[in-house]
Design a protein around this ligand. Structure first.
Ligand SMILES: O=C(O)[C@@H](CO)OP(=O)(O)O
Length: 205
């Protein structure tokens, strides 16, 4: 069994500008995003962390570096954690009140080269199943890829998982075994109930 703590990167300039981007070297963390990452790092100090993996994309890598500095762990880049390939939506603004995904499902929008939901699920599950047993791993990724892990476990398609909220720098904790368990979704803190489930990994309650 492996415990994976998926962390969505801290707030970035792309989030503030409501821009979708799979670019690697654009859209850094904002000052708020750096503070969010530091707060999450303080939470993570409460459990034993064996490794940190991160998406190569700047906002995620910066988040992982802030956490790694606090925990004394050097983050390892893993391409499977990268942002969804957005095709012709890349670097485009989106309106959260008239979401592009709803437009697609209603046949009002077609997006060339958008990475399919099944591809997201496949690469995220490949990442999880490549991890060593009995490890506690931090994985810094993005909104859609983390939703895809939840979608895999709950057997939800992209739109059926649309309402899942994964705030910046939040923790989605998965106990991965032959029957995976979701221990938290988009949580800003490790709650006492969650810590009780991680009791053998706790350093400081
Ligand atoms: O832009 C967003 O809302 C999401 C989409 O997956 O990306 P990120 O988590 O990188 O902000």
């Amino acid at each position: 069994m492996t415990i994976i703590i998926f962390i969505r990167h801290g707030q970035s300039t792309s989030n503030v500008g409501k821009i979708l981007s799979h670019d690697v070297n654009n859209f850094p963390l904002t000052d708020e995003g750096r503070e969010q990452a530091k707060k999450t790092a303080q939470e993570l100090k409460r459990v034993r962390i064996d490794a940190i993996f991160t998406s190569p994309i700047l906002r995620a890598y910066q988040t992982a570096s802030i956490i790694g500095d606090e925990l004394g762990i050097i983050p390892v880049i893993d391409e499977r954690l990268r942002e969804r390939w957005l095709g012709e939506l890349n670097n485009k603004r989106f309106d959260p009140n008239d979401h592009w995904k709803l437009k697609i499902i209603r046949g009002q929008l077609e997006v060339k080269n958008l990475e399919p939901w099944d591809s997201l699920k496949r690469r995220m599950v490949e990442f999880v199943t490549s991890l060593k047993n009995e490890e506690v791993v931090v994985a810094v990724s993005h909104y859609d890829p983390i939703r895809a892990v939840i979608g895999h476990i709950l057997d939800l398609d992209d739109i059926s998982a649309h309402g899942i909220s994964i705030p910046n720098a939040s923790m989605t904790v998965i106990e991965f075994s032959s029957s995976p368990k979701i221990l938290s979704i988009g949580s800003p803190v490790l709650s006492p109930s969650l810590l009780s489930k991680l009791d053998r990994y706790i350093i400081r309650a």
